[in-house]
Design a protein around this ligand. Structure first.
Ligand SMILES: [Zn+2]
Length: 251
């Protein structure tokens, strides 16, 4: 579980501001983080075929390291093993997408209840800062960044509950939800506007029941969006691999 915990922290704290320049794929963990971030930004769509060879060339590392990174992602269910040292990015079915939302519904409302009890002033400030980043990305029309930030909002909440097991579990569910959204949503991806603000407002008011209700409403919005059978996202993969290799500046 340790590496999952690390990714939960990394994904929730990286703001992209040059941080990835230092982290650029040199260890298996770093490669895994970069791939997760690519998924969070919807750069790496479901069913994309990934080979150890391609990863080792992209990141300039040995195949052993590339294999370690893909194994970590297979363990999370984010990649699915295929023959010939290759994997594909998971392509959640409708049933799997529903199971993800069901699991989130069992976890995130209770997590919110705990945050209402324990949130410090600093925690609330952290959430406000995050909402401001989301708003900024929305205003700038920066879609990839907005999608990532809305996903990371949930990771931030999980971290504020200060339970590392929950944080890694939410991380896993969140990455897979990202993929499910790509397969089953045809409209604007990312969390619906205003939902996060409403949740934070209830936390600020120390209204546990109200916060739980807002979270349930929010999960229902996400669930209602997952209504398509299979949407094929149009993405230039060469661009993604250049981004993974760090040739494209972040943010
Ligand atoms: Zn959300």
């Amino acid at each position: 579980m340790n590496h999952l915990r690390g990714h939960a922290e990394a994904a929730a704290t990286e703001d992209g501001l040059g941080h990835f320049k230092r982290l650029r794929g040199r260890t298996a963990d770093e490669i895994t983080r970069r791939l997760i971030r690519a998924i969070f930004e919807h750069r790496l769509p479901p069913s994309t075929r990934i080979t150890e060879d391609k990863l080792s060339r992209t990141f300039g590392v040995s195949r052993t390291l590339a294999r370690q990174a893909t194994s970590q992602l297979c363990e999370m269910g984010v990649f699915v093993k295929k023959p010939n040292h290759s994997c594909i990015v998971a392509h959640p079915s409708r049933e799997e997408a529903q199971a993800l939302i069901d699991a989130r519904r069992m976890i995130e409302p209770e997590l919110i209840r705990q945050i209402v009890r324990s949130a410090s002033k600093a925690d609330l400030q952290l959430l406000d800062e995050h909402l401001a980043l989301e708003q900024g990305a929305r205003l700038n029309g920066d879609r990839s960044r907005l999608i990532r930030l809305t996903g990371e909002f949930h990771l931030k909440l999980a971290q504020l509950a200060r339970n590392p097991y929950l944080a890694s579990f939410v991380m896993q569910l969140q990455v897979l939800t990202c993929l499910a959204i790509l397969v089953h949503t045809d409209g604007e991806a990312g969390c619906p506007r205003d939902d996060h603000e409403d949740i934070v407002e209830k936390i600020r008011q120390r209204d546990a029941d109200g916060a739980v209700l807002q979270m349930l409403k929010h999960l229902q919005h996400i669930e209602l969006d997952l209504h398509q059978n299979d949407v094929h996202p149009d993405r230039q993969l060469e661009e993604t691999f250049r981004w993974l290799a760090g040739e494209t500046e972040l943010d």
